[in-house]
Ligand binder design. Structure first.
Ligand code: SF4
Length: 592
């Protein structure tokens, strides 16, 4: 029988507004979690895994915001729910275990206070009503028994004791629950621990307290954000065992966010591999560990130490972690991928089915299917045509955004000034109208300031970020020389030529269309845009802004085409000299 679907996330987009533009930290993420399932979300820092979790919980800090998609919990849409309803769901139905338990717990409240508070806040009105009624009943019953057995103290004590115990439990129901939970997560002397403060506990104990707090209201779903990162190895194992045990006993759904593949292998049923805000591969744990198809997943698997393999033989993933500001327009992993192809720099791959429940977003896998004759050429082309062009991980703030904020301010001002001047408006309505105008004005000012910052950055920092990283190229060339030096004795001439064919000496992609003509064309387009502005500037504000935006874009294209050309020439020159050097090493090693 199919298990109940707890969480259904579809095409989730979360962005952060920074002064130079908008960063998409989560870019079209979709997944489903069923009851009793443990889903791992893996990826390096900045891949968007924690932002995905915080988007589900809707606890993103400003300026983060969910800008699109759907998050359904047991069929109920969470996006757009009023804050009060969300608060009821958080903690009661969905709980989160944070990475750093020390800073997640209140240092001036005892552990008991914090656990009791978590129970009391989420006690629903029905339960509260029934509990109060039962307390009243018990008090009346005790009173009646006291009168009935007034002359028989022994019998009175025997009859009243269980009633008193129940009354005590009902009154202190939160305390009882807190004790139960501390026992469940394996904390010794729970009565004593409840009176203590967070600083009196070790990291492992605090993490257990956090788990107790997450489970105290019997949620259906737990999100654990790097639950074991801050702990030492032995405690990590205990916490993982505890989570597995609790998941089996309570049949909850768990999402584990981690960069540690060891944790995933130990506890998860399914895995989503994330890179630069997108899921690049998804499948069961066996699919991901024994049959990875995305180049990034392969890199992650190859970089785990394996039994019997020396640590110096580990293969790290080349390049630096994700920088959303310099991602290529195609696959985000392209700058670090040793199998990167031309198409990878232009288009973003869509999911291709690998197995029953296994999908990957990688052109290399498509090429493999084609080479093995599993798909036809037309299917190959059709797939590539259907992939989107342009990476939307970062979009610069433009003049149009400023204009939009300005128009918004004007319309809010017109609409609300009427309300302020209307005698029929109440005091509250006038106050709200004033706030609306003020907020729109502040938003417009912010957009203007951010745009000015972005323009300045394009002329300074932006250029630097895209400038040539020669160190990186030198490192790669050195790596190839060492590799050929060791592999040459067992390498045939054909294998060596194939090696040279696929040689990659830079983690920054090269634009294959870079040329002097491309720079000239960009300059011509800039001239046209300027002429257009001269003709349009007196027509209307709207046309003027549009024409200025075109000039901004044309200027950016000129700068980009110049940078592309410099990079193209440099890499071409280096590639030639590297191939010659590698050929020399190959010949020499073969001759030895
Ligand atoms: S799509 Fe291309 S660049 Fe991206 S991981 Fe696959 S082969 Fe590498």
């Amino acid at each position: 029988m199919e298990k109940e679907v707890l969480l259904e996330v579809k095409d989730l987009h979360t962005s952060f507004n920074v002064p130079s533009g908008e960063v998409r930290s989560v870019n079209g993420v979709s997944f489903t979690l069923r009851r009793g399932e443990v889903l791992g979300i893996v990826g390096e820092s900045g891949s968007g895994k924690s932002v995905t979790a915080y988007s589900v919980m809707q606890i993103l800090e400003k300026p983060g915001r969910v800008i699109g998609g759907s998050i359904k919990f047991k069929g109920q849409e969470l996006l757009g729910l009023p804050n009060k309803q969300l608060q009821r769901i958080r903690g009661k139905n969905i709980s989160i275990i944070f990475q750093d338990s020390m800073s997640s717990l209140n240092p001036v409240w005892s552990i008991g206070n914090q656990l009791r508070e978590a129970v009391k806040i989420h006690e629903d009105s029905e339960h509260k009503k029934n509990r109060k009624a039962r307390i009243a009943e018990l008090k009346a019953e005790i009173k009646a028994k006291e009168t009935e057995f007034a002359n028989n103290p022994e019998e009175k004590e025997k009859t009243i004791a269980p009633l008193k115990q129940e009354l005590h439990d009902q009154v202190n129901f939160a305390q009882k629950r807190a004790l139960e939970m501390l026992r469940l997560v394996g904390i010794n002397e729970p009565e004593k621990r409840l009176k203590q403060y967070p600083f009196e506990h070790s990291g492992g104990m605090l993490q257990r307290v956090m788990i107790a707090m997450a489970l105290i209201n019997e949620p259906d779903l737990i999100i654990a954000d790097e639950p074991t990162t801050a702990l030492d190895v032995t405690i990590q194992a205990q916490i993982l065992e505890l989570l597995i045990d609790l998941q089996k006993r309570l049949n909850v759904g768990i999402i584990i966010i981690t960069h540690d593949l060891g944790v995933v292998a130990q506890i998860c049923h399914r895995v989503n591999v994330m890179y630069a805000g997108r899921i690049v591969e998804t499948g069961t744990v066996d699919d991901i560990f024994y049959n990875p198809q995305h180049e990034y997943t392969k890199g992650l698997i190859n970089s785990i130490p394996k039994a019997g393999k020396r640590a110096d033989k580990l293969e790290p993933i080349p390049g630096n972690p994700v920088d959303v500001f310099t991602l290529p327009s195609g696959c985000s992993f392209a700058p670090r991928c040793k199998n990167c192809m031309k198409v990878c720099l232009k288009k973003f791959p869509k999911f291709i089915q690998v197995g029953d429940d296994h999908y990957t977003a990688c052109f290399k896998y498509l090429e493999k299917l084609y080479q093995e004759g599993k798909i036809k050429e037309e299917d190959f082309d059709k797939y590539i045509d259907s992939c989107e062009e342009g990476n939307k991980a970062f979009s610069r703030i433009s003049r149009l955004d400023v204009e939009k904020a300005y128009q918004d301010y004007l319309s809010k001002k017109a609409e609300n000034t009427a309300k302020i001047g209307d005698n029929a408006s109440s005091k509250d309505e006038i106050e709200a109208a004033r706030y609306q105008i003020r907020d729109a004005k502040l938003e417009y000012r912010r957009a203007k300031r951010d745009f000015a910052y972005a323009i300045k950055e394009r002329h300074t920092g932006g250029k630097e970020r895209l400038s040539i990283d020669k160190n990186d190229v030198h490192k790669k060339i050195k790596h190839h020389k060492v590799e050929i030096g060791t592999k040459a004795p067992n390498m045939s001439a054909d294998e060596f030529n194939a090696y040279l064919e696929t040689l990659v000496i830079s983690t920054t992609p090269v634009n294959p269309n870079a040329s002097k003509e491309a720079v000239q064309e960009a300059k011509n387009n800039l001239k046209v845009a300027r002429k257009n502005y001269a003709a349009q500037k007196k027509v209307s504000r709207e046309e003027k802004v549009k024409a200025l935006t075109e000039i901004d874009a044309a200027k950016e294209k000129v700068a980009q085409s110049k940078r592309d050309l410099v990079w193209f020439n440099y890499i071409e020159k280096k590639m030639l000299s590297t191939k010659k050097a590698l050929a020399r090493i190959y010949e020499k090693k073969k001759g030895e």
